[in-house]
Design a binder for this molecule. Sequence first.
Ligand SMILES: C[S@@+](CC[C@H](N)C(=O)[O-])C[C@H]1O[C@@H](n2cnc3c(N)ncnc32)[C@H](O)[C@@H]1O
Length: 380
Amino acid sequence: MPRLPYHLLRLTSKSPLLQLLLRECRDLESARNELRWLREHAISSVQNAGGHRDERNDSWKPLLRSLCVKRASGKPLQYLLGSEFFGDIEVACKPGVLIPRPETAAAVTYFAERLCSAARKLPSTLRVLDLCCGTGCIPLLFQHVFAKNWPNARDPPHLSLVGADISADAVQLAEHNRLLLQQSLTGRSNAGSTWASRHALDSTAFFQADVLRPEQSPNPQGIPDLMTVLRQIDVPEWDILISNPPYISSQSFHRDTQRSVRLFEPKTALVPPRPGSSDPGTSQDLDEGDTFYPRLLQIAQDVGAKIVLMEVADLQQASRVAALASDTSVWDGIEIWRDHPRGKGPHLEKCRGEFPVRGSGHGRSVVCWRGEGTEWLQMM
Ligand SMILES: C[S@@+](CC[C@H](N)C(=O)[O-])C[C@H]1O[C@@H](n2cnc3c(N)ncnc32)[C@H](O)[C@@H]1O
């Protein structure tokens, strides 16, 4: 890690806590912001534990110091504060479950807004499956964006959202986040938002399942495969499949990810098993990092999905995944979205001469559609 410039150390010499935070933040403005948030968090934690909210009472100071020491060791701020904003919603975070990223929120927001703008074309029930759901952030934001953008004049569709993850901790946290969001929607509906109150009651559920395992093949830890779970909940058909799976190769994990990600976030959320490893769901011909995509495309076909939205690492991976989707010959259209898919107009340069690329920033998602999905996304 590079040394801090002398002028920064001198500027913070009177605040040992700011100096601690600078080790991780690297600039003064971020360190000051983090100190403010951590201080607020320490005061309210002490207050919630039965103390008084009196800043002159010093009982929160040891907690603040210990939070700053942890932060200086690289522990992500979101794990210390216990939450992160994801688009317009706040989701609880905890160690062991990946912290949601803003690029994912940008894609989900744009996607859900596009669907809302095709309100007349959508079916009366829209079933959305989110595979590798982590904190549950994707279905929860999807629901929130629908509630916010659905045109008043039309009856909203009944949204049925299901998330699945191999990690029991993730599924538990996703359920906790669902309850938190439902409470906040119900609170707002008391203030008159009928849309929100109707949707607070919509079915959103999270299950533990191994997405890579083929049907009827429980993994060695006894976690059921996804198709068995879908059969048990009796919803064999899904309109939309969304997934932000693990997609980083182990080489890129060691070479390109930040130290705090490597040290504190769960590796199984970022790096998939090697293609062709002991896992029967993977194939040897794939690039490392791409393990999940053939399986996701197969599941999309099996559940009859009309649209698939899959997150990827960059434009190279996006074009490989788009090619995998194209090889299945089931999709009427395939597009690559960058970090900011809204961009200016439908900037559709072509990636490697084949797939349209929308927006600005890094390649971030691959979107495939067919049948009614073409109208829902207004891709005609
Ligand atoms: C990149 S994280 C995405 C989490 C969340 N959707 C988000 O956007 O923040 C990938 C998730 O895949 C889960 N996962 C890893 N292997 C899995 C498998 N075989 N089946 C289901 N989920 C898996 C991890 O537990 C992790 O929560």
